[in-house]
Design a protein around this ligand. Structure first.
Ligand SMILES: NC(=O)C1=CN([C@@H]2O[C@H](COP(=O)(O)OP(=O)(O)OC[C@H]3O[C@@H](n4cnc5c(N)ncnc54)[C@H](O)[C@@H]3O)[C@@H](O)[C@H]2O)C=CC1
Ligand SMILES: O=C(O)C1=NCCCC1
Length: 358
């Protein structure tokens, strides 16, 4: 038998790129919804007297493009941060579909992180009005999923707040006897296309001109503020290296963090609802990523007042019974919006993508 090929986490990290991962995930979501992919319920082995879990996630796919027989094995050890290890570690096994021989073992940790964020990106793209403008992204949590979601969402969408500054010229103002206590940094309009510059004065700024000022709005809240602050600093450093100026702001107060958000992503394991309906802006889209037997990051009112889509109906019915028992109605799978068999929710409605994972 041929040797088993091993692919390391580093090698995987080098070949992943957002456009390919997002389109692969969208295709996978459609294959799941059209029942072309065999995706059975995953098995969950909870280790007694701990919060630790081993998941086995087998799957099979046979399409014109590709055939694959595989199984992802994932461990979820929520206290691993204390050991300087990720909470979620994964390996993916690929088998020859004719002989059953194990051919590849590849690291699945990086793939799990990217895939989960890509699923939220796809859900946001397809559940929202195509013309939606996104100004503020709020992320709840500051672990692996929070970080990868921040990166994926900035790749796909531009969360930009446009404010306009008036250029003040104090000599002109004084001569016009105009008194103003303004700092000269007035926010006039938000979320507008910037005005074009007068062609005869191109690139020159004069007193009284209104100039656009772009700031990327990503808010992060974590139960320990320090961790949120460290993540913001890290994301800011990375964006500087990439030559973009993005602002990531840590919040002490969750309501303040999410109340203006156009998109919210929750990435914790909280069994006590964090997001409250009364704080939400109408028409917000929420990606609820945290998963667990009792995890419930959004309050009941939020779920009940929103259109909720999921990634895998059978899996959600099995694993998220606690939500269904509280009266949460799952409208359908994202794959059915992507393939056009289910219409997008209408704009103005609050929408939720309840992620389960694969
Ligand atoms: N839907 C999906 O496909 C996937 C879901 N997940 C889920 O996403 C969540 C986050 O995973 P990672 O980022 O890898 O974990 P992580 O351990 O790196 O980060 C967890 C974050 O949640 C916060 N947190 C934990 N418990 C909390 C609580 N009770 N209240 C408030 N904040 C709390 C922590 O402070 C930390 O910032 C987990 O629930 C995990 O099961 C992870 C991977 C895939
Ligand atoms: O890999 C996935 O998908 C996971 N989903 C839920 C939590 C563990 C990993």
């Amino acid at each position: 038998m041929a040797a088993i090929k091993q692919i390391t986490r580093e090698a995987i990290a080098k070949i992943l790129d957002w456009n390919s991962v997002i389109s692969a995930v969208e295709e996978a979501m459609v294959n799941v919804s059209e029942r072309r992919a065999v995706q059975n319920l995953r098995s969950i082995t909870a280790i007694p007297k701990t919060d630790n879990i081993l998941f086995a996630m087998p799957g099979y796919l046979n399409t014109d493009k590709s055939t694959a027989l595989g199984c992802k094995l994932v461990t979820l050890f929520p206290n691993n941060a204390q050991r300087n290890l990720p909470s979620i570690l994964a390996n993916i096994l690929l088998f020859n579909e004719n002989t059953g021989v194990l051919e590849v073992i590849m690291d699945g940790t990086e793939i799990t992180a990217w895939r989960t964020a890509a699923a939220s990106v796809a859900a946001t793209k397809y559940m929202r009005d195509v013309n939606s403008q996104y100004k503020t992204l709020a992320i709840v949590g500051a672990g692996t999923q929070a970080k990868i979601h921040a990166i994926a969402f900035q790749h796909q969408f531009k969360f930009v707040k446009v404010s306009y500054n008036i250029i003040w010229d104090f000599i002109t103002l004084a001569s016009n006897s105009c008194s103003s206590s303004s700092s000269g940094d007035e926010e006039l309009v938000i979320n507008m296309v910037p005005i074009s510059t007068n062609s005869t004065r191109k690139n020159k700024r004069h007193a009284g001109d209104i100039v656009p000022n772009y700031s990327e709005e990503v808010h992060i809240w974590n139960r320990t503020y320090k961790k949120g602050e460290i993540l913001c600093e890290e994301l800011h450093r990375q964006s500087k290296i990439q030559g973009t100026t993005k602002e990531y702001t840590p919040f002490q107060n969750l309501e303040e963090c999410i109340k203006d958000a156009d998109v919210i992503i929750t990435t914790t394991s909280s069994p006590i609802p964090l997001v409250q309906y009364k704080w939400l802006k109408p028409g917000v889209h929420i990606n609820a990523v945290g998963v667990g037997e009792a995890v419930m990051e959004l309050d009941e009112e939020t779920y009940k007042s929103s259109v909720v889509f999921i990634d895998h109906l059978a899996g959600v019915e099995h694993e998220l019974r606690h939500l269904a028992e509280k009266g949460v109605v799952f409208q359908g799978e994202i794959g059915s919006i992507i393939n056009g068999t289910t219409p997008r929710p209408s704009s103005g409605q609050i929408t939720i993508f309840q992620s389960l994972g694969t």
